[in-house]
Write a protein that binds this ligand. Structure first.
Ligand code: 5GP
Ligand code: ZN
Length: 115
């Protein structure tokens, strides 16, 4: 399958790993919008939040467990934001579901998201 994030998972495209287990992979975003900006993705290809079903939703719970663990390890005690863009209006550019974790500065809030 011609999917950028599947290629990152299988090592065809290099990335800076933050965490990995049998279900998920986390890596630094190539174009960070804050001092801390990494992505957490399932190893199974799911196209977006719109593709979550009762069959595959367990990985989403696991991703949030991983995010909480990483946030503790990285001492993000001042706060962080988790974002998943779904579809064109949200600006999703990679069609393999991913959760942005953004931190390290005071984050604003608007429909533009992120900063
Ligand atoms: P989206 O806009 O789909 O929510 O987010 C896609 C994210 O993937 C963007 O923040 C973008 O910077 C990141 N990205 C795109 N290509 C690569 C890549 O080759 N390597 C890494 N590490 N991040 C990427
Ligand atoms: Zn994929």
């Amino acid at each position: 399958m011609d999917c950028l994030f599947c290629k990152i998972i299988n090592g065809e495209i290099p990335s800076k790993k933050v965490y990995e287990d049998d279900m998920v992979y986390a890596f630094h975003d190539i174009s960070p919008i804050a001092p801390v900006h990494f992505l957490v993705i399932p190893k199974e290809h799911i196209s977006s939040a719109a593709g979550i079903t009762s069959e595959n939703s367990a990985v989403v719970a696991h991703i949030f467990e991983v995010i909480a663990k990483l946030a503790e390890e990285m001492k993000l005690d001042k706060g962080f934001r988790v974002i998943t863009n779904c579809g064109d209006d949200a600006g999703q550019t990679v069609h393999h579901i991913h959760f942005h974790v953004v931190a390290g500065k005071q984050l604003g809030w608007s429909s533009e998201q992120g900063d």
